[in-house]
Each structure stands twice: as C-alpha cells, then as structure tokens.
Design a protein around this ligand. Structure first.
Ligand SMILES: [Zn+2]
Length: 72
C-alpha cells in the first residue's frame, strides 16, 4: 500500500463521480458512457495497485470538472 499519494481520496472522488453520472442530461449520453468507462478502469487500477499516478489523478480531476459543468 502506497503512503505517498492520495489514492484513497482519488478512489472516493471517483465513487462520488460515478454516482453523479445517472444525473447527467440525455444529450450528454456519449460523454457519460465514455467517462463511466474511464473512471471504472482507473478505479480498478488504483484498487489493484493501491497507488495513483499523476496522469491518472489529473484525468480524474478533469472528468470530475466536466461532470460538474454538465450538472451546473
Ligand atoms: Zn502512491
């Protein structure tokens, strides 16, 4: 288990974002599907490795910001 990054926080953020995906409007369907797939695969990798890479952390933050924009 890695103590040098915030992988647990990132997992929690991903879980929260996944819960918001069903709230996205119908016109965001393609975006929702692609984000759902990417978030799930990153979640799986972090769970397996108990670590998060910087590019993954950035990708997750960008996807969460994009979800927030849709839900504004
Ligand atoms: Zn780490």
């Amino acid at each position: 288990m890695c103590a040098e990054c915030s992988w647990q926080d990132v997992l929690a953020n991903i879980e929260q974002a996944l819960e918001q995906i069903p709230d996205l409007p119908e016109r965001a369907e393609d975006f929702a599907n692609s984000v759902d797939e990417k978030l799930c695969s990153i979640h799986e990798w972090i769970t397996e490795n108990e670590h998060v890479t910087e590019p993954q952390e950035t990708a997750v933050a960008n996807m969460i910001a994009a979800i927030d924009r849709w839900l504004e």
